[in-house]
Design a protein around this ligand. Sequence first.
Ligand code: FAD
Length: 287
Amino acid sequence: MRYESPTTTREAVALMAGEKGKAYLLAGGTDLLVRMRGDFIDPDLVVDIKRLPGIQEIHQSTAGFSIGAGVPCAALGRNRPLARAWPGVVEAAQLIGSDQIQGRCTIAGNLCNASPAADSVPALVAARAKAVVFGPDGRRRLAVEKIVTGPGKTSLEKGEIVMAIVLPKRPAKSGDAYLRFIPRTEMDIAVCSAGVSLTLGPRNVVKQARVALGAVAPTVVLVPKAARAIVGTHLEDDALMKLAAACEAACSPIDDKRGTVEFRTEVAGVLARRAAAIAYDRARRKR
Ligand SMILES: Cc1cc2nc3c(=O)[nH]c(=O)nc-3n(C[C@H](O)[C@H](O)[C@H](O)COP(=O)(O)OP(=O)(O)OC[C@H]3O[C@@H](n4cnc5c(N)ncnc54)[C@H](O)[C@@H]3O)c2cc1C
């Protein structure tokens, strides 16, 4: 196996695009190295992205936040403006693993690993996050929900690298939240999860919302009907019940030892309701 650690994006793209065998990008390595050590994969080439320009940086601009694909999740919570603007995305990222994992793992790696249970992805989808992708044909920007196409599968072409995840600028009175169910208190994979992002209008009426569910289908599920159920409301009980019903209807989970179809479906609705209430409360407190 060849290990490369390029210092330019062009070089990284050329290495990945030119490799005839199996080539993998290495960000934090908390999925990749586990799969290599477990003999699930046997790469011919590993390209470490951590020395690429800007990859370890978080930038705030008038357009929002750009989070480099090499930024470890631990650093997200330490960035006060980011944590204030997107508490749901940051809490989702910080649920990943332990302190040791947090020091290495990235949200781009969490996305590109393409697990249906990836914790940061429902929060990113709810947040309308975009992935900035560089490849042999240049640069493109696409919604994060367009990256994962199935368990372990992405829409990225050969040679393409996610260079950053971009979160849009938030209107005033916006909030987001992420919740997952695991049988333990930490270090476990979500049995199901929910991310909600919303913006309030005059008199704290919900003006816009996005609701996304994790671990209840092969990919994260965006549920526009759940969002419509709370738009125009103050999140009264009947609106929340409609949101939960829409979430349940959108679930098509697997049945395994960690959760039955019925359990995952019902809990997804409950988590979405609770996440919506937290996001609403966060939005209401903002000026
Ligand atoms: C002990 C432990 C606990 C864990 N707990 C959780 C948890 O609670 N929740 C959770 O969701 N996950 C968990 N994970 C899984 C893992 O930590 C996360 O998925 C993490 O976010 C992966 O990020 P990474 O930077 O380490 O990715 P890597 O391992 O470096 O990469 C993962 C995959 O994505 C590809 N990739 C990486 N970066 C890019 C890029 N920029 N562009 C294109 N492709 C790329 C790699 O080639 C690889 O296939 C855990 C893992 C361990 C070992």
